[in-house]
Write a protein that binds this ligand. Structure first.
Ligand code: GCU
Length: 138
């Protein structure tokens, strides 16, 4: 298995801006979505082979209330209203991990806010994917 990090600031962000005013992020910043239901961050995750993958979302939520989001892979909901609880500060980052089935090649992973607060601040998605099968030469 191989793990690849995909920064949120390089993803497609709808109703969200890249910021860097809370430390501890990876890359050049993180994504601060609008405080509303509907904003999303969508990554393209490349898998060498079809199979189960681990998706780790790094986030911060400096409020006292959980933020919720739908996680969809290739347009199919894999985690509805997923809860991203308070991390204590906007500069304190946590990871939320789920598993999903990916196809070989490109996959979309979209995190869409379902609550009035919007998404938590999103730092990156790390995908641990199945290896491509060994090639047999004859
Ligand atoms: C604050 C914080 C932002 C965060 C926002 C929110 O403004 O500085 O980084 O995104 O709260 O409530 O979502």
């Amino acid at each position: 298995a191989a793990t690849t990090r995909y920064e949120a600031e390089n993803a497609t962000n709808v109703q969200g801006v890249v910021e860097a005013n809370h430390p501890g992020f990876s890359g050049t910043g993180f994504v601060n979505s609008d405080n509303a239901a509907g904003p999303y961050t969508e990554w393209i995750v490349r898998a060498p082979a079809a199979g189960t993958a681990t998706l780790a979302l790094r986030f911060a939520n400096g409020t006292a209330t959980a933020r919720t989001a739908d996680v969809a892979v290739n347009g199919t909901l894999v985690s509805a209203g997923r809860s991203f609880g308070p991390t204590g500060a906007w500069s304190t980052w946590a990871t939320s991990t789920l598993t999903a089935t990916l196809r070989a090649g490109d996959n979309t992973v979209r995190v869409t806010s379902t609550g009035a607060g919007g998404n938590p601040n999103l730092d990156f998605l790390e995908a641990t994917t199945a290896d491509a099968p060994a090639t047999e030469y004859q």
